[in-house]
Design a protein around this ligand. Structure first.
Ligand SMILES: Nc1ncnc2c1ncn2[C@@H]1O[C@H](COP(=O)(O)OP(=O)(O)OP(=O)(O)O)[C@@H](O)[C@H]1O
Ligand SMILES: [Mg+2]
Length: 314
């Protein structure tokens, strides 16, 4: 793959190919966690959760990097980053060009302590561009590992990856790079549909390309406690997951609030736009719970098991 004119030397630092193989180090990012927000189902608040959890962690002085891996670029918009800036950053090259370094794709945002790798529609071409490429599932992981190995770059404490609503190569790259995944779900009848597929994919990534991603939690979003069906489905979902798999449902529930979508449409996390709202408080509670759930792994060893694998929800 050709490099942009005149940029060959700049990329020479990325020549170390020893990290590009599969498997390997279980603590590839030092003490940092890499969280992928994933659900094949569209409109379940993957992006909104990623944006607001990122902002809540940044407010606690965590250094946060959000990576928008969705060609819809909703997270990029939600942070108020323009399409022109996103296109100019050429972040899709992270996947298509072996020597395009992560730091080159990073922009700062109006949230202190929070940077972004923006997305553009060009991400949608990655599937086709990489169809014949060896190791295409691990491109993002390689870039992140190189970033964390480099002595030249300031490191982030956490990386949050927003995935598209599909189990495509972009999501595979996110899951292969991630240490943990968060699955946002809404309290709809088919909330768990697709989970089995996700579980199978994660199991395959573990077996075949050395992914170590673990389930951090299932996050109930857009909940309406005044709607009887929402309450019923929430109870059923919680019971089923706890009975069959364990304590995987976040205690924090994100309620439906027009403030959330209004803030997002204005290019701000609700935490910044309406810091005193219940919605902002919920995301701060989510940050607390996330920190607690991450504690065992971030404090020391990142154990490869138990991963939430095959047959996650039947
Ligand atoms: N708690 C909430 N209350 C009200 N609206 C919300 C809430 N969370 C998200 N939304 C709105 O719901 C819509 C879908 O959310 P979002 O874009 O985060 O979902 P998604 O899973 O990322 O979607 P996609 O699969 O298309 O990427 C958006 O318009 C968003 O502003
Ligand atoms: Mg989204």
């Amino acid at each position: 793959m050709a490099l942009p004119a005149g940029e060959t030397e700049e990329f020479e630092i990325m020549e170390d190919r020893s990290l590009s193989g599969v498997g390997g180090n279980l603590m590839p990012y030092g003490k940092a966690a890499v969280l992928a927000f994933v659900n094949e189902k569209g409109g379940v608040a993957k992006t909104t959760s990623c944006v607001n959890l990122g902002a809540a962690l940044a407010q606690r002085d965590w250094r946060v990097l959000c990576i928008d891996l969705d060609p819809q670029a909703n997270m990029t918009t939600a942070f108020g980053v323009s399409a022109e800036v996103a296109i100019a950053k050429e972040a899709h090259c992270l996947l298509t060009m072996p020597r395009f370094p992560l730091e080159r794709a990073v922009v700062s945002t109006q949230v202190d302590n929070l940077d972004l790798v923006p997305a553009s529609a060009r991400l949608a071409d990655c599937d086709k561009a990489l169809v014949m490429e060896v190791g295409r599932e691990g491109r993002l992981r390689t870039k992140l590992r190189e970033f964390y190995r480099s002595v030249l770059t300031e490191k982030y404490d956490v990386v949050l990856i927003d995935c598209p609503p599909s189990l495509d190569l972009l999501t595979i790259n996110a899951l292969t790079a991630a240490t943990h995944m968060i699955v946002p779900v809404t309290t709809k009848f088919y909330a768990l549909k697709g989970m089995a597929l996700l579980g199978e994919m994660v199991a395959t990534l573990h077996e075949q390309i050395g992914a170590t991603v673990k389930m951090l939690g299932i996050l109930v979003t857009m909940f309406d406690k005044k709607t009887a069906l929402d309450v019923t489905i929430y109870k059923l979902l919680r019971e089923k997951i706890e009975r069959e798999f364990g304590d995987y449902v976040f205690n924090t529930v994100i309620s439906k609030s027009v403030l959330v979508s209004e803030a997002e449409a204005g290019g701000f996390p609700v935490l910044l736009r309406e810091p005193d709202s219940k919605a902002a408080a919920a995301y701060r509670a989510l940050a607390d719970e996330t920190t607690k759930r991450l504690q065992p792994d971030m404090a020391g060893l990142l154990s490869a098991v138990p991963a939430v694998g095959a047959g996650y929800v039947s």
